[in-house]
Design a protein around this ligand. Structure first.
Ligand code: CIR
Length: 256
């Protein structure tokens, strides 16, 4: 169960966030703010306390707060984002984490290691870490060492096609996992009850489980039906403005 969620308000420069899909156009700031507010409402319905951090216009992608830290039930790991324009985002999260974690349980990924939280998927006490364009081997080595010191396990998953690990694979608890694209055939996920997401709805593989409910992006009927057929109540949130800059539901929060 999660007690807390941290989110960060989108800033006006969100329109200039990094994107792999410029053909979708730039996010409309007012709409992004409205969608973010709906996201917070959905989280609150799942019974978590939401901490809302102020917008920081120096960092266009800073609303994607998931990438700057990995939070576990025993420790917090501040990442070292591999994207140059995002690397400075971590400074603002440290004082917030100090409210929830003792100082000795807050750790840092350091250069030359890079890691972004979107590349980390928690499954019980195992953390899958995606080796990606943003997260490198040294970052995962440091990450694994920290996790192991708390009795957790870390497994590396390499990815080639998508931005982050959780862009294409997400764990919904109860052994259920949503998989799309390059993750469908990965052997390391064979032990889970995998639901394959159709290619035309691949964006919605990024759903989040929050205390028994699954939040699903709006506009992806096959994914909604698949998640419902697994027995979860579903809440829909429109994330169209964040999608324009490669952002999904999980990236917008830290859940712990
Ligand atoms: C980026 O490229 O870093 C942002 N535009 C999107 C980050 C998405 N974060 C995530 O999947 N965890």
């Amino acid at each position: 169960m999660f007690k807390n969620v941290i989110v960060k308000t989108p800033c006006p420069s969100v329109c200039d966030g990094i994107t792999s899909a410029p053909e979708l156009g730039k996010p409309i700031y007012e709409k992004a703010l409205e969608q973010h507010a709906s996201y917070i409402e959905a989280l609150k319905k799942c019974g978590v306390e939401v901490t809302v951090l102020p917008a920081d216009n120096n960092f266009p992608d800073s609303c994607f707060v998931e990438d700057v830290a990995v939070l576990t039930r025993k420790c917090a790991i501040v990442t070292n984002p591999g994207a140059a324009t995002r690397n400075g985002e971590t400074a603002a999260i440290v004082p917030v984490l100090e409210k929830f974690f003792a100082k000795e349980n807050i750790h840092f990924i350091q250069n030359p290691g890079t890691l972004e939280g979107g590349d980390v998927m928690m499954v019980g006490d195992t953390f899958y870490a995606g080796l990606s364009a943003r997260t490198n081997e040294e970052g995962i080595r440091q990450f694994a060492a920290i996790l192991e010191s708390y009795g957790f396990k870390c497994e590396t998953v390499s990815l080639e096609k998508v931005l982050h690990l959780k862009t294409g694979v997400n764990y919904l608890e109860n052994n259920n996992m949503l998989v799309s694209g390059e993750f469908v055939e990965k052997e390391c996920f064979n032990q889970y009850n995998k639901t394959q997401i159709p290619e035309n709805e691949a964006y919605a593989a990024n759903c989040i489980w929050v205390n028994g409910t699954v939040i699903v992006p709006e506009g992806f009927p096959a994914v909604k039906a698949a998640v419902e057929s697994l027995g979860y109540p579903v809440l829909l949130v429109d994330t169209s403005e964040f999608r324009k800059i490669d952002g999904g539901l999980s990236c917008l929060s830290l859940r712990f």
